[in-house]
Design a protein around this ligand. Structure first.
Ligand code: ATP
Length: 361
């Protein structure tokens, strides 16, 4: 068994009939039993990849291997995949039990009725919908329908589970609860899972690793924490993080970094963190709001325009060179709108990007 590369995608491309290049040379792999999140903004190609893996869509070129075997020419129904769609796609005229049993009552996986029912009931137990067995989907809440869809996807005991934005129809509180349940469930079953979402917090909270896409290209394939600590480029730094990262326009000249209201020496930075030499020119200096905080003597002085409470913390908002910037502080911080404060950056936690988005520091 190929544990490290249980799912392997190599040089995948998809050009739709209208000429749109949805996927551009994408390669990644998924370890057996992992829950991997495919993350990215709307239109970046997440659903296209899932549909190609499921065999619902043909790639233009590239290779897909499940457990070391190519499946590009394998029909969808023979790929041993469970698919949970965004809208659940339950059969409205069937009961919950009939919905969950359905995959075992048709096609080549057809089983004797009592065996099909016993297997269905096992997965209904796991997804906690046993007591809903005789109800119809129209009588269920969104969260309950979601569980039925997951039980139905698992009932054939597939090798791989694909989930496309499975939580998007649920309210905020239920999303938090169900995402924890999904993680616990797929870990209990031990199934290798690819989970599509555009919500970075969702991805960070449940993914063993995250693959972040933009415009059909992988931006970073990594453990969640590295999207914060070591973003590959400007897009990643700006896509991940809440509140969003602050971006300051800077000019580098003669060993100095000059922003609109601060100045640093290149020698103040941690020499080990440079990806390459910081040559003279224009760049972005980006810092996460938790790494630019009030201090007696700071790198810059700013007038706070607004203070927003987010749970246990406050966001101090200020204007920098026409762009809004943020500092994340404790709830107890007494700073009010209109206050002038000194802000200090953690220089071992700032990033420097070229205008094209390449990371330099
Ligand atoms: P969302 O989160 O909005 O579902 P996504 O990341 O899943 O987005 P895809 O649905 O994979 O994105 O679409 C990727 C790109 O391909 C988009 O620009 C989309 O408009 C385009 N696209 C999708 N399906 C087709 C199609 N059948 N023909 C042409 N273009 C398509």
């Amino acid at each position: 068994m190929n544990v490290e590369k249980f799912v392997e995608v190599k040089n995948l491309r998809k050009v739709y009939d209208n000429g749109h290049q949805a996927i551009k040379d994408v390669s990644f792999s998924v370890k057996k039993g992992d829950l991997v999140c495919l993350l990215g903004p709307s239109g970046c190609g997440k659903t296209t990849i899932l549909n190609i893996l499921a065999g619902l869509l043909n790639p233009t070129s590239g290779e897909i291997l499940f457990d070391g075997k190519s499946v590009v020419n394998t029909a969808s129904k023979d790929r041993q995949i469970g698919y949970v769609f965004q809208n659940y796609a339950l059969y409205p005229h069937m009961t919950v039990l009939q919905n969950v049993m359905f995959p075992l009552t048709v096609g080549k996986d057809k089983r004797p009725k009592d065996e099909a029912e016993a297997t269905a009931r096992k997965y209904m137990e796991l997804t906690q919908i046993t007591e809903l067995a005789d109800q119809k989907p129209g009588q269920l809440s969104g969260g309950q329908q979601q569980r039925v869809a997951i039980a139905r996807a698992l009932v054939q005991e597939p090798k791989i589970l694909l989930m496309d934005e499975p939580l998007s129809n649920l309210d905020a509180r239920l999303r938090l609860k169900i995402r924890e349940e999904i993680r616990a469930l797929v870990k209990e079953v031990g199934i290798t899972t690819l989970f599509v979402t555009h919500d970075q917090e969702e991805a960070l909270s449940i993914g063993d690793k995250i693959i972040l896409f933009n415009e059909g290209v992988i931006q970073q394939d990594d453990l969640g924490q590295n999207f914060y600590l070591e973003p590959n480029n400007y897009f990643v730094a700006n896509f991940v993080g809440n509140p969003v990262i602050d971006n300051f326009k800077i000019k580098v000249e003669g060993g100095k970094i000059v922003g609109s209201n601060f100045e640093l020496n290149i020698s103040d930075l941690d020499s080990d963190r440079f990806k390459r030499e910081l040559t003279d020119g224009e760049y972005w200096l980006s810092v996460r709001p938790e790494n630019i905080v009030p201090a007696e003597s700071g790198h810059m002085s700013a007038k706070i325009d607004d203070v927003e409470l987010i749970g246990r913390e406050r966001i101090l908002k200020f204007n920098h060179d026409g762009l809004q910037a943020r500092s994340l502080v404790d709830l107890e911080q007494p700073i009010k709108p209109g206050d002038q404060v000194n802000l200090k950056m953690r220089l071992d936690r700032v990033f420097i990007f070229t205008p094209e988005g390449e990371r330099v520091y």
